[in-house]
Design a protein around this ligand. Structure first.
Ligand SMILES: *Cc1c(COP(=O)(O)O)cnc(C)c1O
Length: 235
């Protein structure tokens, strides 16, 4: 089995290749290592390999990890991204510990995050999660709801609206992946007319990062390809 370091190198070269193929600068795509369910030791191995941005899905697990690493110092500061579904009764620990939230899809959540963001921390970076597949059950905004929520979030004092995020319906073929990601990129372009400061398009996971990069992703969220398959039996 490959080490975490080798996996990270492999993922970075895959991203670079995908970027090169469509004439993009490899530096324009950031790698977010999704460490949910993985132990501290796995994150330490990733940090040793030069990875400093991590994504977590579960509030308590994520907060425990943020707190553990807060006492340590590294060559670069770590950044912690909350990427999972967020209920309104769990916003406070997220506002108090994370640097980014990718999964904002309701104004109530956004308001609470802004109110609960501690005054001594920088504003919380926020992405709006869009449901690109139109499936009823999934979280995320419909395309026609994005503009209104973006205006409300942009007006909140302790949040900075940075862009959009999506988890498209799983598709194994490149063309379907590309179509879903392109629809998100299009929504981002429209939104930028009114919010020109937006700079982050969070899309692409282990199975579809090539298509995501081709469609304009600036942040891919990679778990399995770095840390191996997840075991949910203890969670
Ligand atoms: C788990 C997760 C990922 C990582 O998925 P992999 O397929 O393991 O790379 C990315 N984004 C979100 C929102 C996730 O929940």
């Amino acid at each position: 089995m490959n080490s975490i370091k080798q996996n990270i190198e492999q993922v970075i070269s895959q991203i670079s290749l995908a970027a090169e193929k469509c004439g993009r600068d490899a530096d324009s795509v950031q790698l977010l290592a999704v460490s949910k369910t993985k132990p501290i030791a796995a994150i330490e191995a990733a940090i040793k390999a030069g990875q400093y941005a991590f994504g977590e899905n579960y509030v308590q697990e994520g907060v425990d990890k943020v707190r553990y690493f807060a006492d340590l110092s590294f060559d670069q500061p770590l950044s912690w991204h909350f990427i999972g579904p967020l209920q309104s009764n769990k916003t406070r620990p997220v506002a108090e510990h994370f640097d980014w939230v990718h999964s904002v899809d309701r104004v109530k959540i956004a308001r609470r995050l802004s109110e609960q963001r501690p005054a001594d921390m920088p504003p919380l970076n926020v992405l709006l999660q869009i449901n690109t597949s139109g499936e009823e059950s999934k979280s995320g905004l419909a395309f026609d709801e994005v503009a209104a929520l973006a205006d409300e979030v942009a007006a909140l004092p302790n949040l900075v609206l940075r862009g959009l995020m999506s988890i498209p319906e799983k598709a194994d073929d490149y063309d379907s992946q590309l179509a879903a990601f392109s629809s998100l990129a299009e929504a981002m372009d429209k939104l930028k007319a009114k919010h020109p400061q937006l700079d982050t398009l969070s899309m692409g996971m282990s199975g579809d990062m090539d298509a995501a990069v081709a469609a304009g992703s600036t942040m891919v969220r990679i778990g399995t390809a770095i840390f191996g398959a997840r075991d949910y039996s203890n969670t």
